[in-house]
Write a protein of this length. Structure first.
Length: 157
């Protein structure tokens, strides 16, 4: 039997507990063989992707939403599996759609944030934003009777 001093025993026990996750913490490592949400890009695409994100962010800060939309769309085209670019693009589309009362842009924002949520299912912010945009789309959709009345007026005249 090995005799340990109380201080050495305390140090070893504290070190072991500090390396081990407490039982109430969830396992945050992906299961073996699971894909990462964003696979690594080639160096030239990484630089272009980062530049597009930086440019879009600068344009967004300046209040130039349409140019920011183009920059973030370019970032999404460079890395279609990167959820952060899709999330920011969805926010820009939502803002443009809300400011111009354009339902198509709001629905495009819903599609983008839905894809971002699928790419990173652990991202609570994407799921919450998806729910908010979905409710907005449902509230702004005209009633079915109003759509039928508009169609009949167009055909009648």
């Amino acid at each position: 039997m090995i005799a340990l001093s109380p201080m050495l025993f305390f140090t070893l026990t504290a070190t072991w507990w500090s390396l081990r996750a407490p039982p109430w913490m969830p396992n945050v490592t992906p299961p073996y063989g699971a894909e990462d949400p964003a696979p690594p890009l080639r160096p030239e695409r990484t630089a272009a992707y980062g530049a597009a994100l930086e440019q879009g962010t600068a344009l967004l800060r300046g209040g130039r939403y349409q140019q920011a939309q183009k920059a973030f769309s370019q970032a999404v085209s460079l890395c279609p599996k990167c959820p952060e670019a899709r999330k920011v693009l969805a926010r820009v589309l939502l803002t443009l759609g809300y400011l111009s009362w354009d339902g198509a842009l709001v629905r495009a924002a819903l599609d983008e944030i839905g894809q971002a949520a699928e790419l990173d299912p652990r991202d609570r912010e994407s799921r919450q934003l998806w729910r908010i945009i979905k409710q907005l789309v449902q509230r702004t959709r005209p009633p079915a009777r109003a759509e039928k009345a508009d169609k009949s007026e167009k055909h009648g005249s």
